[in-house]
Design a protein around this ligand. Structure first.
Ligand SMILES: Cc1cc2nc3c(=O)[nH]c(=O)nc-3n(C[C@H](O)[C@H](O)[C@H](O)COP(=O)(O)OP(=O)(O)OC[C@H]3O[C@@H](n4cnc5c(N)ncnc54)[C@H](O)[C@@H]3O)c2cc1C
Length: 430
């Protein structure tokens, strides 16, 4: 039960590990709390983003506004579909349009946008106080001191001691490995191949839709989408069960010969698009089961991919990361303002975010059910039947709640309930 903290010194030393969307957002939000002394540690030599495009969904815009980062997007630096769709689904063999998602009730400044990952990164980074950022700092070891503080050890021998460790270190999180040593991620048997071309290059192929398009097959899909700034994204997702894929690192150069065999049964337009770029990079997708909690030891909070290693599911990972940070910073401030221990704030954070992720993993369970159903069919369904079932079951509107989720309201409701609970237990003690 939450009890007022006896600590006289109410300052809080915070280490944020990782300068992806989660870590950068945490840097902005913790900088707003005057009693927090924070530092951001990033293993890379520079803050940069790998990969190609990223979706900025309604829930992502919501928090970009809070961070003050929405204004940092130049008008031409992202793509929004003129007819207001967020995504379209086509049969990759016949090219037939199977579904087009509208965005009714979404304010115009929060409509789905697609941009380069570096554009999102820079927009957030612009709001970060860089004097608190230490690059080339790979966290390698965490140890809890008898008094509860955490001693952090970095690869270059640098050390820090903090009250709160914010694990924003992505899908292979070291913070998570310390907090939950039994948790494992594994190769999902899925790989994506990503490349970028110019609008002019894409225009050499007739009839490519000016749209956010999935071209579906039974076990692979191609995704094409303008990103703004004269850049078109081409991403192919394939199923590869090869165990050696677990060795493939993020963003490794690949050959088109690895991609084209997966698209032999697709329409000519799809085959032409795949071989259009000059180079292609491969990303093996890793994921792990849901954690039962995203906090540990009264001093560790996991945010972003570290807290829910989902491998890019739903095209909203950056949005989830920003939502995590929004709730975490407010939960820490909530505990501080009421004279409670930081661990009480972490529990409130967990109370809001863990159920959200349970719901999200539930959607993935449904995807797995569709896969199992397709595998159970005998004879094996045709290309068109499998695609119809996949699009109907997995790509409909029923998980749109993810993008419309109002984390500000969720926070307000949770904090009101928690305050009421605290008042009731205080009255009961009198
Ligand atoms: C194929 C694919 C497509 C995706 N598409 C979308 C999309 O359209 N929209 C969307 O919102 N999301 C998308 N995502 C998900 C999104 O990329 C992630 O959810 C998001 O980047 C998570 O941000 P993060 O800050 O938690 O982690 P990351 O972006 O992974 O950042 C982690 C940071 O921590 C650093 N780090 C790691 N370990 C250490 C260490 N030990 N010490 C110090 N630093 C460390 C890393 O160098 C990195 O900078 C996609 C993901 C994939 C794989």
């Amino acid at each position: 039960m939450a009890v007022p903290s006896e600590r006289a010194d109410r300052s809080l030393h915070v280490a944020i590990i990782g300068a992806g969307p989660a870590g950068l957002a945490a840097a902005i939000e913790f900088a707003k709390l005057p009693y927090v002394h924070w530092r951001l540690y990033e293993q890379a030599t520079a803050i940069r983003e790998v990969g190609a495009g990223i979706s900025v969904q309604r829930n992502t815009w919501r928090i970009l506004d809070v961070l003050g980062a929405s204004k940092n997007f130049a008008p031409g630096s992202f793509y929004r579909a003129a007819d207001g769709h967020s995504v379209q689904h086509r049969n990759g063999r016949t090219t037939e349009l199977l579904d087009s998602h509208g965005q009714q009730d979404t304010p115009s400044n929060h409509l789905h946008a697609r941009t380069r990952r570096s554009v999102l990164q820079k927009a957030i980074l612009k709001e970060v106080d860089l004097s608190h950022v230490r690059l080339q700092s790979r966290l390698v070891r965490v140890e809890q001191r008898p008094g509860g503080r955490l001693r952090l050890e970095f690869e270059d021998g640098f050390e820090d001691e903090v009250d709160l460790l914010v694990g924003a270190d992505g899908v292979r999180s070291v913070a998570r490995a310390f907090a939950f040593p039994q948790h494992r991620i594994s190769y999902t048997a899925r790989k994506v191949y990503r490349s970028l071309v110019t609008y002019d290059e894409m225009a050499t192929i007739p009839n490519v839709p000016d749209a956010v398009t999935f071209w579906h097959g039974p076990t692979s899909w191609l995704y094409t989408c303008p990103l703004g700034d004269n850049t078109y994204e081409i991403t192919a997702m394939v199923t590869e069960h090869d165990e050696r894929e677990s060795q493939v690192s993020w963003g490794q150069e690949a050959s088109f010969d690895q991609v084209t065999p997966h698209f032999q049964d697709f329409a000519q337009i799809v085959k032409d698009i795949i071989v259009l770029p000059k180079t292609v990079q491969q990303y093996a997708l890793f994921a792990g089961p849901q954690l039962s909690t995203v906090v540990a030891r009264d001093s560790i909070a996991l945010v972003g991919d570290a807290s829910h290693p989902l491998s890019g599911a739903f095209g909203a990972g950056a949005g989830f990361a920003l939502e995590d940070v929004f709730v975490l910073a407010r939960s820490v401030a909530w505990a501080h303002d009421r004279g409670l221990a930081p661990g009480d704030g972490l529990r409130l954070f967990d109370q809001i975010r863990s159920p959200h992720y349970r719901r999200l993993y539930g959607v993935l369970d449904k995807f797995a059910e569709t896969g199992a159903y397709l595998n159970s069919l005998s004879p094996t369904p045709s290309f068109d039947t499998a695609v119809r079932i996949l699009v109907e079951n997995n790509w409909g509107n029923d998980h749109n709640w993810l993008y419309h989720y109002d984390v500000q309201k969720a926070w307000k409701d949770a904090v009101e309930a928690e305050d009421q609970r605290l008042q009731s237990s205080a009255r009961a003690r009198l």
